[in-house]
Design a protein around this ligand. Sequence first.
Ligand code: HEC
Length: 178
Amino acid sequence: MLRKSATRLFLSAALAAGLAACSGGAPADAPADAPSDAATPGDVAAPVDVQAVLKERHDNFEGIGDSFKALRGELEKDAPDFTLIAAKASDINSRALKIEGHFPAGTSVDDGLKTEALATIWQQPEEFKAASQKLVDESAKLVTLAGGGDKAAVGAQAMAMGGACKGCHDKFRLDDKK
Ligand code: HEC
């Protein structure tokens, strides 16, 4: 009995939904039962696991630093391995794309955290975005040039990419040596 009426209820609900869809109504009610973890940044403040954020961002920058060191070391050789340089530049490129997502509000050094992220990141979001985009662009150029195998050109582009690191660090990263 119970089962039968439940089935009927389900059917009439489905029918109603079907009719609504046919009547041209926007399927605005569709995401009602979407998984709750589908929330996008900017939605109702989801609790941020600060330590996880700091670790992820630290690891990403360490990876960028390691790749940069490796490709510069390679460029000091008489016959650099350009395939390796391209791979390291490509690694920097994909990590550069992640930078922006690693700075949720409340994770600057002013929040009393163990980080070198200056509050200017959140005060000048457009500039910070441009600074990370610059690394995306310069590293992409380096990948392309490395394919050409011209040591001087690749070296010059590696320097240009280094300028993107410095440009951002000067403005947005705490210099603890000062
Ligand atoms: C868009 C800005 C930006 C760019 C571009 C950038 N960095 Fe950084 N970097 C930062 C910030 C901010 C920190 C401090 C992060 C923190 O302490 O949470 C940092 C930290 C680091 C660290 C220390 C890692 C740590 O957390 O201890 C290294 C190494 C590093 N960057 C290397 C590089 C290299 C190499 C490049 C260029 C190939 C580069 N960065 C480009 C902003 C940038």
